[in-house]
Design a binder for this molecule. Structure first.
Ligand SMILES: Cc1cc2nc3c(=O)[nH]c(=O)nc-3n(C[C@H](O)[C@H](O)[C@H](O)COP(=O)(O)OP(=O)(O)OC[C@H]3O[C@@H](n4cnc5c(N)ncnc54)[C@H](O)[C@@H]3O)c2cc1C
Length: 422
């Protein structure tokens, strides 16, 4: 059964209707980050989350690892969370992009951008532990979990939601309702916001793989005929061997056969696709599979409802943009809330949505183009790709543009993005 708890975990008395300044539905990577960005706002906040945080089914803090961009690091630093994350991350100092079967290669280096690292890799579970520990220190936060939203109604002054927790249903009221409940967002649907979905007919297999040679903090993005294959640098494994987080995109029709391979056959196939840049692939951890689709909410705001994270935009994992884009949603939304309050959010929500839509469109174009251009075996296009990679590698200005996109340093910068606290 779901229970109301304050941030310290104390069970609260359940009243008939609880009133909050902000309710965040979805306490995954994005919902939890937003609550933390608002920790000094003085506003009362509730998180409604479908799974207990330590549950193995928690879909946000699962076996994946996430590549945090340099821009995300700045946001997390301004939120004072970075010191807890830094020691558990692996730095990305170089990004190496190649196309299997062709010569072109592009390399982006941290020193050319004058930063310590272009990005960082952290396990989702570790990120979850850090965020949850921090949330427990927030006085003005209540957490309701496991609990889901089943109804929503609005007046000009407030939004009321019905929350089901076990056998009980509770009404909760708020000035601003945030949908951070993932790509299948219930809140988005209940608020009457449509979404578009386009299936890539691809799936991503993820696994942590121990490798023979030190990765030297290089993130490899290798385009293959079935889609991109990423080897991201991680901290060492339990035997002090170098380890990488692998995201291998395959055609949907191959997913059952790839998941059915034993570990040795899986490593062999992976080695054949990736090559020997990191020596032999030695050992694989648990494999998981994610069907890939582009989902896009038709609107980011409606009345007193705002949609963020995967609920607003579900992306292909190529070049690791999804959470980084979402953290920029969080940064601007928290700034607007802090400055303009939630009594009359309609006065600023449209400005917020316009700013975020631009960034979202840019990232959509970037990832979608990469997937479509690099998953195409049409010979003239493949040669143009190889030439394109070589050209980017030779031209510092193009390398810089690509590096800025990968580092999440594009468009108008909110305060947190500039590293300034709210
Ligand atoms: C294979 C793969 C690799 C990726 N790698 C990267 C990367 O390297 N870098 C990067 O930036 N991004 C990456 N991403 C994207 C990243 O994982 C997402 O952007 C991020 O998880 C979005 O978080 P979210 O909190 O919005 O949604 P989710 O992670 O889906 O979380 C939603 C939360 O809402 C809860 N919930 C759902 N429904 C309800 C409900 N009705 N009521 C209450 N709670 C509910 C869920 O339990 C969950 O906790 C990757 C994605 C994939 C699939």
């Amino acid at each position: 059964m779901g229970v109301f708890r304050d941030a310290a975990g104390k069970v609260l008395k359940i009243q008939m209707k609880k009133v909050y300044d902000i309710i965040i539905v979805g306490g995954g990577m994005v919902g939890a980050s937003l609550a933390l960005a608002l920790k000094d706002s003085g506003l009362s906040i509730a998180i409604v989350e479908a799974f207990a945080w330590k549950s193995q089914q928690q879909p946000s803090f699962d076996d994946r690892s996430i590549a945090l961009s340099y821009g995300s690091k700045k946001i997390l630093q301004a939120m004072s969370i970075w010191p807890d994350l830094k020691q558990r991350c692996a730095a990305i100092k170089t990004i190496h992009v190649s196309d299997k079967g062709y010569f072109g290669v592009t390399r982006l280096h941290h020193y050319e951008e004058r930063v310590e690292a272009l990005g960082y890799v952290i396990e989702n579970r570790v990120m979850g532990e850090v965020l949850q520990t921090r949330l427990q220190t927030m006085q003005q936060l209540d957490m309701l979990m496991p609990a889901t939203v089943s109804d929503l109604s609005e007046t000009a002054e407030a939004v009321t939601i019905t929350v089901d927790c076990g056998a009980e249903s509770i009404e909760m009221q708020t000035s601003l309702l945030v949908a951070a409940d993932g790509a299948m967002s219930t809140v988005r649907n209940l608020a009457g916001i449509a979404h578009r979905k386009s299936d890539y007919q691809q799936s991503a297999v993820i696994a942590n793989v121990s490798v023979e040679k030190n990765h030297q903090s290089v993130a490899y993005e290798r385009f293959t005929s079935s889609g991109p294959l990423a080897f991201l640098p991680m901290t060492e494994d339990e035997n002090s061997k170098p380890r990488c987080s692998v995201v291998w995109t395959i055609n949907r029709e191959d997913q059952d056969s790839v998941m059915a391979l034993d570990d040795e056959a899986f490593l062999q196939q992976l080695q054949q696709r990736f090559g020997f840049r990191l020596g032999r692939l030695l050992k694989t951890g648990v494999r998981n599979i994610y069907p890939l689709a582009l989902t896009e909410s038709e609107r980011l705001v409606k009345d007193r409802v705002v949609v963020i994270g995967n609920a607003a935009h579900g992306l292909h994992p190529v070049s690791g943009q999804g959470f980084n884009l979402a953290l920029r949603d969080v940064a601007l939304l928290a700034e607007k809330i802090q400055r303009q309050g939630v009594a009359d959010p309609q006065s600023w929500l449209d400005d917020y949505a316009a700013a975020r839509q631009k960034d979202m469109n840019r990232v959509f174009r970037f990832t979608d183009t990469l997937v479509k251009v690099f998953s195409n075996n049409f010979m003239p296009l493949a040669h143009a790709r190889a030439a394109g990679l070589m050209m980017v590698d030779c031209l510092p200005s193009l390398r810089h543009l690509l590096a800025r996109q990968s580092m999440g340093l594009v468009g108008k910068m909110s305060r947190l993005m500039r590293g300034v606290s709210l």
